[in-house]
Design a protein around this ligand. Structure first.
Ligand SMILES: [Zn+2]
Length: 121
């Protein structure tokens, strides 16, 4: 059974206490965006066999949404983090790369010189 630790209340919740919310970090495009961008936002999902970032809600606990990084093939959980995080944290990236050294993030990871606010632009 899948067990995820809620980053807000710290409870290690079983899958039955959680509500899945699909792929994490989807980019929503605003007014003036193209039909292709809107279609991609609505329908295009990665669905990988391997490292995946997902949204989950602690439905039978604190009720808050959070993100989880896990491997869809092995069901290994790399960690959970706040839903207000624009990209997985450096700790999550390090946990993934400790198991899968060949895996690379498809975004520019935050560094000490890159404040998180600049990633929201
Ligand atoms: Zn919780």
């Amino acid at each position: 059974m899948l067990t995820l630790t809620c980053p807000y209340c710290g409870v290690a919740a079983e899958e039955t206490e959680l509500q899945p919310g699909g792929e994490a970090h989807l980019k929503r495009f605003g007014p003036g965006s193209s039909d292709a961008e809107f279609e991609a936002y609505l329908f295009a999902r990665k669905n990988p066999k391997g490292v995946h970032f997902e949204r989950w809600r602690h439905a039978y606990g604190c009720g808050k949404w959070f993100m989880a990084a896990r491997d869809t093939a092995t069901l290994q959980v790399f960690g959970t983090y706040s839903a207000q995080t624009p990209h997985p944290t450096p700790e999550i990236v390090a946990a993934v790369q400790a198991v899968r050294p060949d895996w690379q993030p498809d975004w520019t990871p935050a560094t000490a010189e890159t404040p998180a606010e600049s990633l929201n632009a």
